[in-house]
Design a protein around this ligand. Structure first.
Ligand SMILES: [Zn+2]
Length: 313
């Protein structure tokens, strides 16, 4: 009997450390859970699974401004994407392109049936070139190049390097995979004389300056200006126009900003403090935290770097 009692007491003493360990584990678990909930992101789509509804921490969820909801998006697509040697283009599985000469164009030309453009960009360029012809009577503007595949850009770069050397090519032609032409949002212009069959550089001089001046009203900018070369890395190209959308082009022109500078500026305008301009407002959302208005007209574009620009009318 005495031996049995002794054994029981011994086993009783062995239970205490296990109980303490159990308590310690439970305390650690509760602390861990509290920390996890306190550190939960404020956006509804991020913490929907972490924070059950009715939980006291759910108060943080209301930091999404009233009238906005979270949404999914692709930062690599949209009219404001920055495509350059530092920011290569992410080729989508499918591209919606229109063949310029299959459209009912008038007052300008396209080189041939290989000239293709992104749909919204085509509409904007078409309106601009028609308006130019109506305003000046000149109908010799010719789209010599628009959308280019990776292989086509490689050919353009190789041809430029072979003709003028690699340094010259690097000043004017972006690397394959890094050209705005991959997006279908950019066009190169020449002037084409139908009587002689000769092409001339599009310099934007004289009456042709109308296109650079009025382009922003149609969402179009001259992408590579001489004074922006240190930022863009590309020498002046008066013939290369880029569709970025309304009202962005007008803001860029009014404030003399190239796309790189404009996208930097927009990062200072979150949803809580949007940039208001010409009856629109624009704001930046970091990647993974896209917020869009619950109702009304708006567009979303990635910047191809770190987030989205939402434009609300
Ligand atoms: Zn170009």
């Amino acid at each position: 009997m005495a031996v049995k009692r002794k054994r029981k007491r011994y086993r009783g003493r062995r239970l205490r450390p296990q109980f303490i360990l159990f308590c310690a584990v439970m305390v650690a678990l509760v602390c861990g859970l509290v920390l996890l909930l306190r550190r939960a992101p404020v956006f509804r789509h991020d913490n929907a699974t972490a924070v059950p509804s009715g939980d006291p921490v759910a108060g943080e969820v209301s930091t999404i401004p009233a009238g906005y909801i979270s949404a999914e998006g692709d930062i690599h697509s949209g009219s404001l994407i920055l495509v350059s040697n530092d920011h290569p283009y992410t080729f989508p599985a499918e591209v919606e392109l229109v063949t310029t000469l299959e459209q009912n164009i008038s007052g300008y030309m396209a080189r041939d049936y290989t000239v293709k453009q992104e749909k919204a960009a085509f509409t904007a360029f078409d309106s601009l070139f028609r308006a130019f012809a109506a305003a000046t009577g000149k109908q010799d503007v010719n789209i010599s190049s628009a959308y280019r595949s990776y292989d086509e850009q490689q050919e353009v770069y190789a041809a430029s390097a072979a003709e003028n050397g690699r340094d010259h090519a690097d000043s004017y032609v972006t690397q394959p995979g890094c050209s705005e032409h991959h997006t279908g949002l950019a066009v190169d212009l020449t002037r084409y004389d139908v009587r002689t069959g000769h092409s001339y550089d599009f310099t934007g001089d004289g009456e042709y300056g109308w296109i650079h001046t009025h382009g922003p009203e149609y969402g179009i900018v001259m992408r590579y200006a001489a004074d922006k070369e240190p930022i863009t890395g590309i020498a002046e190209e008066s013939w290369h126009l880029r569709y970025v959308g309304v009202p962005h082009a007008a803001y860029m022109a009014e404030h003399n900003l190239c796309l790189e500078e404009y996208l930097d500026l927009l990062r200072d305008y979150p949803v809580s403090n949007p940039l208001r301009y010409n009856g629109f407002y624009m704001y930046f959302c970091p990647d993974g935290q896209l917020l869009v208005p619950e109702s009304g007209d708006y567009t979303v574009s990635g910047n191809n770097v770190d987030g989205f620009i939402v434009t609300v009318q």
